[in-house]
Each structure stands twice: as structure tokens, then as C-alpha cells.
Write a protein that binds this ligand. Structure first.
Ligand code: PRT
Ligand code: ZN
Length: 285
């Protein structure tokens, strides 16, 4: 039987979210400690655990069919893989940071300075675009200590909360790129593997839709039903059930997370009561 081979990070910041996403897609994996490979029970999937830096190459070479890796790594490595779907986790940005006492007057302030980074290609492209010249020092880890030990004047590193920069006396001055985890695929997947990938994508999209939407229940006086239904479009249209109390109905619908508070305000203004909001686990449109 054909199996789809997926590469995920062996340990690190993408490991938990990658496995959680597969689990929420109903894919159960027996992951023994320090294993290179695990089988899914109930989906034709083999999971390979690699260092994140190696994943683009392994997907390009067909060692794995698909993989989950940060866009920062993808853009730095520039391997020939297909970006299939941004996954919404592992969010961070690659930024330039300088000692907090440095007088920053814009990107020209970096001219002629030494910058330590693990992302030399992305940084060099960025500096070219900005038409500044600087000395790039490539180091593989603990980039944030480079200015403190006199190795560089600035750094270019990943930032999420900013607390690492802060505790090393640095300030973020420019964003080089924004990043999140990406599902990638090899360019020459066979037909059967493409079918398996689309089954997996169907499940991931159902999860993502669910995350962006909430199920909402509310009680409405019947004379306000038309108005309330015009506020709440739902998937096709809202469901209306009569309450035991005469003249009232219960309305059920789905609302987008982004519009959520605005809609609640409108509903209240138009006489809705007892509003309940419930998370949705999966959503198939
Ligand atoms: O062993 P392996 O090579 O697989 O792991 P790794 O050490 O290279 O990577 P890892 O686990 O640190 O990160 C994997 C991926 O997670 C990255 O390629 C990014 O796509 C994503 N990601 C998201 C981050 C961060 N947020 C992040 N904050 N990767 C690293 N960091 C580091 C950053 O380098 C800095 O040291 O966290 C520190 C800053 O965090 P804050 O919260 O203090 O700003
Ligand atoms: Zn790495």
C-alpha cells in the first residue's frame, strides 16, 4: 500500500504543534523516544523526524514526500519544493537588532557594521534590496550574545516574544521577513501520493476553518427574527427552533472569529438574550 512520508522536526519549536495538528486530523502516531520514523495507525502516513534545516533538502530529494518547516528555513535554503499550505503556527519574524543604546536613524545606520546571523542569504538579499553594505558573520547558534562578546555590532535573528533580545540588551530595529510553519511537498509526487496529500489537506483545512469560526446560540423574540437572521448569515442560513415559551425562538449559527465581537454587539442591540458561544472542532463546508 502506498504511504505518504512526512518530515517533521525531531525536537524543537515546531515538534509539538506539528504532531498536534496530525492528531487533530485523526492521525494517531506511536512516537517512541529518539525514533527516526513512526507509523500512523489509521492513515497511510509515515512520519520521519529530522532537524528542521534538513527538511527542505529531504523533501526536494524525495526522502520525504511532504514536510513541515518554517518559511525562514525554506527561504534561506532555497530548495525546489512546493509551498502547499501555511499552517498558522510557529509564527516569528527574522529581524535586525542592535544594542539598545545605539542611536538608530534607519537602515543606513547599519552601513559598514558587522552583523551576526544564522541566515546569511536572507540577510544579504535584504541588505541588497535596501542598498546598504555590511559585514555578515555567519554563526550557527546563540546569535543574541554576539554583540555582548564583541563579535558583531548587530544581529539578525528570529524573534517571537522579544524577551531574548531584551535580556541581552538589544532592540529590534527592522523586520527582514515574517514567518510561520509551512506544509511543503516534493515537486514530482506521483498520482497516488497526490491523492493522499489531498486527503490530508482536506482534514487540515477542516481544522483551520473550525478554528476561525464559532458556533453561536441565542434566544430571540420572534418579532426580531428577521433582523437577527440578517445579522447572522450562518453556513447556509441560521437554524431556528421554537422555545417552550411562546413568542421566542432559539437561533443557531456560525460566526467568523474576526467579526465576532461586532456581531455580538449588534445581536444584543436587537434584543438577543442568553447568547452562548461554543468552539467548533471540525468544519466541513
Ligand atoms: O534542532 P533543529 O535544527 O531542528 O532546531 P533549531 O534549534 O534550528 O530550531 P528551533 O526549534 O529553535 O525553531 C524551529 C522553527 O521554529 C524556526 O525555524 C522558526 O520557523 C520557528 N520559530 C518560531 C522560532 C521562534 N519562533 C523563536 N523564537 N525559532 C527560533 N526562535 C528562537 C530565536 O532564535 C531566539 O533565540 O527563540 C529566541 C527568541 O524568542 P523570543 O520569544 O525571546 O523572542
Ligand atoms: Zn535548525
Amino acid at each position: 500500500m502506498t504511504k505518504l512520508k512526512i518530515a517533521v522536526q525531531k525536537s524543537g519549536r515546531l515538534f509539538d504543534d506539528s504532531l498536534r495538528m496530525l492528531r487533530e486530523c485523526g492521525i494517531v502516531i506511536n512516537n517512541g523516544m529518539n525514533k527516526l520514523k513512526a507509523e500512523a495507525h489509521n492513515f497511510p502516513l509515515e512520519v520521519y523526524f529530522f532537524r528542521d534545516d534538513d527538511i527542505p533538502q529531504y523533501v526536494q530529494d524525495g526522502v520525504a514526500d511532504i514536510g513541515i518547516v518554517g518559511e525562514n528555513v525554506l527561504e534561506e535554503k532555497k530548495r525546489r519544493v512546493e509551498n502547499v499550505l501555511p499552517l498558522g503556527f510557529g509564527r516569528c519574524r527574522l529581524s535586525l537588532a542592535v544594542p539598545k543604546e545605539m542611536d538608530w536613524k534607519g537602515i543606513q545606520s547599519i552601513n559598514g557594521k558587522r552583523i551576526a546571523t544564522s541566515y546569511p542569504d536572507l540577510l544579504s538579499d535584504f541588505l541588497k534590496r535596501k542598498r546598504v553594505r555590511a559585514d555578515i558573520h555567519t554563526i550557527s547558534g546563540s546569535v543574541e550574545i554576539a554583540p555582548g562578546i564583541g563579535l558583531s555590532d548587530a544581529i539578525c535573528d528570529l524573534v517571537s516574544s522579544g524577551s531574548t533580545l531584551f535580556s541581552n540588551g538589544l532592540k529590534e530595529v527592522e523586520t527582514v521577513m515574517k514567518s510561520q510553519a509551512m506544509l511543503v511537498a516534493g515537486k514530482s509526487l506521483g498520482k497516488e501520493k497526490r491523492v493522499l496529500l489531498s486527503r490530508l489537506l482536506f482534514r487540515i483545512n477542516a481544522l483551520r476553518q473550525a478554528g476561525n469560526n464559532k458556533y453561536i446560540l441565542l434566544n430571540v423574540p420572534d418579532k426580531k427574527l428577521d433582523k437577527i437572521c440578517s445579522i447572522l448569515p450562518g453556513m447556509k442560513s441560521p437554524t431556528i427552533l421554537p422555545l417552550h415559551r411562546k413568542g421566542w425562538s432559539s437561533v443557531h449559527s456560525v460566526v467568523k472569529e474576526d467579526d465576532f465581537w461586532e456581531i455580538i454587539e449588534l445581536l444584543k442591540k436587537n434584543g438577543a438574550q442568553g447568547i452562548l458561544v461554543v468552539p467548533i472542532e471540525k468544519m466541513i463546508i
